[in-house]
Design a protein around this ligand. Structure first.
Ligand code: XMP
Length: 319
């Protein structure tokens, strides 16, 4: 029978048979797939597993701490946290083009991961959160973003250079199965049912050049939006929601003072396959509340706008 329990039992056996007493390395992103792989491997082989979590400075508010508390503190998984914010932001200096930014973030990720991995001894396996749709996708022709998603998520080139063999326990599973076994393995359902988050993170939600203060502003605004979606029970009704930092400045007024500051856009979509999407018709009162909170709580934002573009013609992300 195809129950989460059975899938888990079956996977545990296969992982143990595959890796034996060898050490395994996993790049933990905080996303659903790599999180479930971490939980599964930890159950299968305990401390033969080491995870590397790269904080690239482009994560959402509190995300790094959340990953560490879930995995390291509560589950006892060995996680090496690498604070690489300066390295990433340094590389992104002066870069405006979205695809260029994606490439830099992807390459820097591989570099940082590689540095950490080379410090570890005796690692024989690299674990990856490849799921069945990824397998199908890479079998067909790949263009544009799909390619980028692949190169980022699969830590391209690494196994070959380091002579690591791949262990991919989710290779035959669909997303909903991955989620169900995640919950069964004790991951918080808040983590398992999170909206997708792009590999390049806030790097493609800060339009144009990425600066630390823009990332900080965006993190705060995004956090308010997501917090209110959860509070209003709207989070699970939309497929993806986030804030975007627009580096244009508009005039506003705070108290008696004129403000000339950047704009925050809110984006929320409903979709089945993320290939096409409808903008979420969120209640006006809800949008009003979020706008007020952002204006009151986040310094240096002059205006909040709501994106009413479908896909097509817009993509879900702004870059
Ligand atoms: P778009 O913007 O193409 O996004 O409509 C469709 C879905 O893909 C995600 N996305 C990415 N994910 N690396 C990723 O891992 C990327 O470079 C990337 N670009 C877009 C996006 O968040 C949405 O869920």
């Amino acid at each position: 029978l195809w129950t989460p329990d059975n899938i888990i039992e079956d996977s545990l056996g296969r992982i143990r048979a595959q890796v034996g007493r060898d050490k395994v390395l996993l790049g933990l992103s905080g996303g659903v797939d790599s999180s479930v792989v971490a939980a599964l491997l930890h159950r299968a082989i305990g401390d033969q597993l080491t995870c590397v979590f790269v904080d690239n400075g482009l994560l959402r508010l509190g995300e790094g701490d959340q990953v560490m508390s879930t995995f390291a503190r509560h589950m006892g998984v060995r996680v090496i946290r690498v604070d690489a914010e300066e390295r990433f932001l340094g590389r992104l200096k002066g870069v405006n083009d979205p695809e260029q930014k994606r490439k830099i973030i992807g390459n820097t990720f591989i570099e940082v991961f590689d540095d950490e991995a080379s410090k570890l001894e005796d690692v024989k396996w690299l674990a990856q959160g490849t799921i069945y749709p990824d397998v199908i996708e890479s079998a067909g022709s790949k263009t544009g973003k799909a390619k980028v998603i692949k190169s980022h998520h699969n830590v391209g080139g690494l196994p070959e250079e380091m002579n690591l063999k791949l262990v991919e326990p989710l290779r035959e599973l669909f997303k909903d199965e991955v989620r169900r076994i995640g919950v069964e393995l004790g991951l918080p359902s808040e983590m398992v049912y999170r909206h997708p988050f792009p590999g390049p993170g806030l790097g493609v939600r800060i339009l144009g050049e990425v600066h630390k203060d823009s990332a900080d502003t965006l993190r705060q605004a995004d956090h308010i939006f997501i917090e209110e979606l959860r509070r209003a029970d709207l989070y699970d009704q939309v497929s993806q929601a986030f804030a975007v930092f627009l580096p244009v400045r508009s005039v506003g007024v705070v108290g008696d003072n004129r403000l000339y500051a950047p704009v925050i856009a809110l984006r929320a979509v409903e979709t089945i396959d993320f290939m096409t999407a409808r903008w979420a018709h969120l209640p006006y009162d809800f949008l009003d509340l979020v706008c007020r909170r952002i204006a009151n709580e986040v310094p240096n934002v002059s205006r909040v706008v709501y994106d009413i573009t479908g896909k097509p013609p817009g993509t879900i992300e702004w870059e």
